[in-house]
Design a binder for this molecule. Structure first.
Ligand code: CP
Ligand code: NVA
Length: 319
């Protein structure tokens, strides 16, 4: 029996645990590609609660849990009592008596924290307004695959040390999580957002604070990209902010990742986007569909890293 551990924000695990998880994800991915059975979670059930839409998170968690030998229960606000005002605390007590693990995609971070405080089983953040830790887990694993040690040995997170990630766009859940990851794993994030859409530094810092040399703000997105090893962006309007769409389209017009911005980055810089993407808005088609883009690996890797995460939260270190 492992101690109860939740994954509600990136800072819930430490650098040592990340090094283990990335190594484990690489092994789990290799087994998946070879059709080699890996069933550590037989008889375990994952409850997935979606209060917002999803393609990647739904498929990666559901397929991933079955591949680990377990099963899933899928709930949405519309088809459960969550949408009829049953208190989140009561829902947590009930759902966590019948399942072994819970993944939640919702609005306020406070809601997932209230759920976790009343849960008997680990809770995973599948995206909130404030954070998207599973996505950054996949993004960093993808960076390691492309830029890490070719033989896959050694501390896999070492390849991130001293590297620069350029974030171009909204100061949203993804941006906050990148800032957390940079402080924890020893790389730097250059953030460029339009005025009024900056990250909330207190929120991004979480409980551990932001180390001064891991975060820098740029009002000019081109400057943020200069010399970067990875350029990344996200939709201008996140789920839950649709009413601001027209105002955002105007404010973000200069925050479209184009070939010029990619040219300002390192010649071998990678491009990432958590998807879904809007070509012609936050990214030019030539960039997302171009040779530096690794967005399809990034999307696939959601499943492999989350399988490693679920295994870790339920069984602890197994290797
Ligand atoms: N990137 C991501 O979380 O995608 P979905 O919204 O499709 O789950
Ligand atoms: N920032 C986006 C990410 C979608 C995966 C949103 O919250 O809608």
């Amino acid at each position: 029996m492992t101690t109860l551990k939740h994954y509600l924000q990136f800072t819930d695990l430490n650098a040592d645990e990340y090094a283990y998880l990335f190594e484990r994800a690489a092994l789990i991915k290799k087994k998946f590609k070879a059709y080699d059975k890996h069933h550590p979670l037989v008889d375990r059930t994952l409850a997935m609660i979606f209060e917002k839409a999803s393609t990647r998170t739904r498929v990666s968690f559901e397929a991933g849990m079955y591949q680990l030998g377990g099963s899933v229960v899928h709930l949405t606000t519309g088809d459960s009592q969550l949408g009829r005002a049953e208190p989140i605390e009561d829902s947590a007590k009930v759902i966590s008596r019948m399942t072994d693990l819970v993944m939640i995609r919702t609005y306020e971070q406070a809601k997932i924290e209230r759920f976790a405080a009343n849960s008997r089983v680990p809770v995973i953040n599948g995206l909130t307004n404030e954070y998207h830790p599973c996505q950054i887990l996949a993004d960093i694993f993808t960076f390691i695959e492309h830029r890490g040690p070719k033989d896959g040995t050694g501390n896999l997170t070492d390849c991130l040390k001293g590297k620069t990630v350029a974030w171009v766009g909204d100061g949203n859940n993804m941006a906050n999580t990148w800032v957390q990851a940079a402080s924890l794993l020893g790389f730097k994030v250059h953030v460029s957002t339009p005025r009024g859409y900056e990250i909330d530094e207190k929120l991004a810092a979480g409980a551990h604070g932001i180390s001064a040399d891991s975060y820098q703000f740029f009002s000019n997105p081109m400057e943020a990209c200069r010399g970067a090893d990875l350029v990344t962006t996200d939709v201008w309007t996140s789920m839950g902010y649709e009413a601001e769409n027209e105002a955002r389209k105007k404010a973000f017009a200069d925050w479209c990742v184009d070939t010029e911005m990619m040219a300002a980055a390192q010649p071998d810089a990678l491009f990432m986007h958590c998807l879904p993407a809007h070509r012609g808005e936050e990214v030019e088609a030539d960039v997302i569909d171009g040779p530096q883009s690794v967005v399809w690996d990034e999307a696939e890797n959601r499943m492999h890293v989350q399988k490693a995460l679920m295994e870790y939260l339920l069984l602890g270190r197994v290797a």
